[in-house]
Design a protein around this ligand. Structure first.
Ligand code: FAD
Length: 350
């Protein structure tokens, strides 16, 4: 048993929460600072999809992530006495004959079999949406209902950690002492706000804006998430979330008319209906150019660490990535070189 350590975590989004829970589970003491300005984990659709439709490939390390997240979120539901982890059938409406043929070829490959149902006559004739080229169903698909997830885990953390609701002030951090309390290590989990952090601002983190709509529809099916040009996620009572845009040059959290129009236009590839728009939201994903998380220790200050860059699939990645970080920090296990921030430090200082 390692001795009890004291950690300060900056940021109570998905990465900060998941890391805090893991450290507490391992017997350590955690304080978390959060400014309650969350425009990522709170805005996310929470969809877990093992495929990348655009390239018709498996998502990175999905064979590791899916089994791990299933037991992780189920355990977390029990621990926090909350309900947020759900199965979610996902159907991809093919956008061309070429895409259908690509799917038919992939579905025969061993590595895709755990994630693709074989296309059958019902998939070709699916008529609850526009389906001119047929469609395919994905296996191992889930969604996290993000508000009960955030509320449930934060309530638990209130009982089992110290939560400090304030803006973290880097100017008063002295070594590992913050507001007269000395910690063993400090872990920065600030999501897209990382560029404000002078310690890690040299890491190439991009801010990728995403907007979603909540609509009311009389015709969309209520028990399956359809995907073509955009996703639609059934949210009950005839409402659906539609998303998301990818915008690289606007790191603000304002919604825009252009994004609304783009999403409605994309939806017209799925249904012909004048839907009622109930609300629109904007958030920002913390992304990286190589599409891999940023995890590791500061090049000079060995007690400062970072977990960031969870990208567009944070709810799939976070459970195992945060566990791997804890194994690295507490047990000296090597990080996956693909996530280790040393990949950037080495590149800059070969
Ligand atoms: C529109 C949209 C749709 C998405 N859909 C999905 C999806 O379907 N599936 C999926 O898996 N992922 C999805 N994501 C991605 C997912 O939301 C992110 O990967 C994940 O939430 C990132 O979590 P994080 O903890 O790194 O960052 P955040 O959630 O941003 O958390 C960082 C926290 O740190 C706090 N903070 C930062 N700086 C300070 C400071 N100085 N002082 C105090 N507190 C501070 C912030 O307030 C925030 O609470 C989506 C994202 C968006 C924007």
């Amino acid at each position: 048993m390692t001795s009890k350590k004291k950690f300060l975590i900056i940021g109570a989004g998905l990465s900060g929460i998941t890391t805090s829970l893991e450290l507490i589970k391992r017997g350590h003491q955690v304080s978390i600072i959060d400014n309650n300005v969350n425009f990522s984990s709170r805005i996310a659709a929470g969809i877990i999809n093992p495929l990348v439709f655009r390239r018709m490939t498996k998502s990175w390390r999905v064979d590791d992530f899916i089994p791990f997240l299933k037991s992780h979120y189920k355990e977390l539901e029990e621990l926090t006495k909350s309900v947020f982890f759900h199965e979610l059938p996902i159907r991809r409406l093919f956008s061309s004959e070429q895409e259908r043929d690509f799917w038919l070829e992939k579905q025969e490959r061993e590595e895709f079999k755990p994630f693709m149902f074989k296309v059958n006559d019902d998939d070709m004739g699916f008529d609850l949406a526009k389906n001119p080229f047929g469609s395919g169903r994905v296996k191992e698909t889930y969604y996290i209902d993000v508000l009960p997830f955030l509320t449930g885990t934060k309530e638990w953390l209130k009982e089992n950690a110290t939560i400090i609701n304030e803006e973290f002030n880097q100017n008063i951090l002295e070594g590992t002492t913050y507001r007269s309390i000395t910690y063993d290590d400090i872990i920065f989990c600030q999501g897209y706000l990382n560029p404000d952090n002078v310690l890690f601002s040299d890491l190439p983190l991009d801010q990728t804006k995403g907007q979603t709509l909540t609509i009311k529809s009389a015709v969309l099916p209520k028990d399956v998430s359809l995907n073509r040009k955009c996703f639609m996620l059934p949210r009950g009572s005839g409402t659906f979330k539609i998303g998301s845009t990818y915008e690289w040059n606007d790191p603000t959290t304002h919604t825009t008319k252009e994004a609304k129009q783009e999403l409605l236009n994309n939806l017209s590839y799925i249904i012909d209906e004048d839907v009622e728009v109930l609300s629109q939201e904007a958030g920002i994903r913390p992304t990286t150019r190589d599409r891999r998380p940023l995890v590791g220790t500061h090049k000079t200050f060995q007690n400062y660490h970072i977990i960031n860059g969870l990208g567009a699939k944070g709810y799939m990645l976070a459970p195992l990535i945060c566990e791997e970080f804890c194994d690295y920090l507490l047990n000296g296990k090597e990080l996956d070189p693909e996530i280790d921030i040393n990949r950037y430090y080495r590149r800059n200082n070969p």
